[in-house]
Design a protein around this ligand. Structure first.
Ligand code: NA7
Length: 539
């Protein structure tokens, strides 16, 4: 039985890339640190996402830590590893950095209360523990709160039903089953590809078509990687200098400034490179200018349609007219997704014309017919970016919760702190690069800012730091100004909080790692502008 009350310098929540990096660095700097993790293992999203086909759509080595002690003896089998490989990687990180001894697994944080007198957070776990810490660093990622739409009758379904992020940890064999998949985001695409190979029938319920890009998966050998490792330090340095933390940079300023032939040649080259090249490495105005965007959409549409035999399925999956501008909802990567709709066992239901009326004991009843199912997969996404934070009952100085403080929109300074919540810092959260940035890059770059800040506070004897509302206003307005220069507000995406009924609509991520870092620098190098620092014993 653990001590019900414990005292730490820092409590971290979440054992994904961001949380593990915090633990590793803060501990090495002498901070008394503990990490609380709701799951039974490391990996964050890669602990929960164990559905068939779950795979990262960022390539390695971009999608890993930059510490040589970790990458020196590690090699992957695929350019885009699956969840099993990622779990093995996290076990390797654990062994290298010796992390688990300071991680409490199966420990869900339910809430936290700021205690002004002690200048500490009292963190409450589902086990009833109370953990006191001067600083509370939340690293719950952008996708830790699954979104389960309110489908009537869900409880009456007699088959098995799982959200992709709540998949049974001991697996579920889809062989021979009639599988229904609601949702066609990254998770829906990945499950569909696996189900198509083994299930008797696969029914994909689509509301909005995903504009998925060709992954161009590759097998990797250890020899290949050993040879490439001489270049890793440069690769990792370069990824901190791009706008999305990847190794992509724009291939030109404007898609409209070049001839049709040149544009086509460029698009073909980006397509062959695979991954997010066609999205993050495209012309700079693709995500800003509607006409430029349309050239990319048309290219994508024609590539996809060429693979689908049935013209009506082709029109649903890759419509003649874009459902929204290309790339303003997250594209996701596919390997066989579009070919799978040529299989006898795979069918597509258009929820725009035949909405779901209810879930029945047998399956899904739309306005047209009832689909009998053995397994219903809810690939319906997440209360993204904010959900991991607002689902905890975190009470600041006046007793207001974070969820309450953000009721009419997110308020942060530098995407990592909020007024009335002193000594609370969050990573990969709202108004930070978050979903627009490669996870490991953000974990390190934003993570270093937080670590440096905590070291500086310790050096100065500062025991309380709080963002000002004025700084929040300025940061919020900066995010809005940049968002309005892009096409992102044009889609009902999780980027905009628009996938959750009733959620305030606004761009939740900071678009552009470099501009973000400049904003941080402007504060941190200007004596922490936008924060009020209080040395011990002073207000
Ligand atoms: P996403 O990308 O949010 O996709 C969720 C999907 O579920 C999407 O196709 C939604 O349609 C659909 N959805 C959500 N609610 C409903 C209801 N009520 N009815 C029908 N369909 C619905 O989540 P993922 O898990 O695939 O991916 C999340 C991120 O993880 C991804 O971006 C990567 O970063 C990895 P919609 O498009 O809203 O019409």
């Amino acid at each position: 039985m653990q001590d019900p009350v414990a005292d730490f310098d820092v409590v971290i929540v979440g054992a994904g890339f961001a949380g593990l990096y915090q633990l590793h660095r803060l501990r090495s700097l002498g901070f008394n640190t503990v990490l609380l993790e709701a799951g039974s293992g490391l990996g964050g999203i890669w602990h929960w996402n164990c559905y068939p086909g779950a795979r990262v759509d960022s390539n390695v080595p971009i999608y890993e830590f930059s510490d040589e002690a970790v990458w020196r003896d590690w090699s992957w089998e695929e350019r885009f590893p699956d969840w099993r490989a990622l779990r093995a990687y996290f076990a390797h990180v654990d062994a290298t950095w010796d992390l688990s001894r300071d991680i409490r697994f199966d420990t869900r944080v339910e809430g936290a209360v700021w205690e002004e007198g002690r200048r500490q957070w009292r963190v409450l776990t589902a086990h009833g523990e109370r953990i006191h810490a001067r600083f509370f660093v939340i690293c719950t990622g952008f996708a830790s709160k699954p979104h389960l739409p309110d489908f009537g009758g869900l409880d009456s379904f007699e088959g098995r039903c799982h959200h992709t992020a709540q998949w049974p940890q001991d697996g579920l064999d889809m062989n021979g089953l009639r599988v229904g998949i609601i949702g066609t985001g990254a998770s829906g695409v990945q499950v569909t590809q696996e189900a198509a190979r083994v299930a008797t029938e696969v029914t994909v319920f689509q509301r909005t078509p995903i504009l998925a890009l060709a992954m161009q998966q590759e097998r990797l050998t250890p020899e290949q990687q050993d040879e490439a490792k001489a270049g890793y330090p440069e690769t990792f340095r370069r990824r901190t200098q791009t706008s999305g933390g990847f190794d992509y940079s724009n291939c030109g300023e404007s898609a409209l400034a070049v001839s049709d032939e040149e544009r086509l040649e460029t698009f073909e080259r980006l397509w062959k490179r695979g991954g997010f090249s066609f999205w993050a490495g495209n012309y700079a105005d693709i995500l800003r200018d509607e006409a430029a965007n349309r050239t990319a959409y048309d290219f994508w549409r024609d590539k996809v349609r060429a693979r689908i035999n049935d013209p009506s399925a082709a029109e649903l999956l890759a419509p003649t007219e874009p459902p929204h501008p290309f790339g303003v909802k997250r594209p996701s990567l596919e390997q066989t997704y579009y070919d799978d709709f040529n299989r006898e066992n795979v069918s597509l239901v258009n929820l725009r014309t035949s909405p779901i009326e209810r879930i029945t004991a047998n399956g899904v009843k739309t306005s047209d017919q009832e689909y009998g199912l053995d397994l219903l997969v809810l690939a319906t996404g997440f209360d993204a970016v904010t959900g991991g934070l607002t689902s905890m009952d975190i009470q600041g100085t006046g007793g207001e919760t974070l969820a309450g403080a953000w009721r009419d929109g997110v308020r942060t300074h530098l995407g990592m702190a909020t007024a009335d919540f002193p000594n609370l810092l969050y990573l990969y959260g709202p108004q930070s690069p978050s979903g627009f940035c490669n996870g490991p890059t953000c974990a390190e770059v934003q993570g270093d800012i937080v670590v440096d800040l905590l070291v500086e506070l310790r050096n100065r004897g500062v025991t309380r730091i709080e963002a000002t509302t004025k700084a929040e206003d300025a940061w919020r307005s900066l995010v809005k100004t940049i968002a309005d220069m892009t096409l992102f507000p044009r889609a009902d995406s999780w980027y905009m909080g628009a996938n959750i009924p009733g959620k305030h609509r606004e761009l939740l991520n900071f678009p552009g790692l470099q501009i973000y870092l400049e904003g941080c620098k402007a504060s941190l190098e200007n004596d922490y502008a936008g924060f009020v620092l209080a040395p011990d014993g002073q207000t």
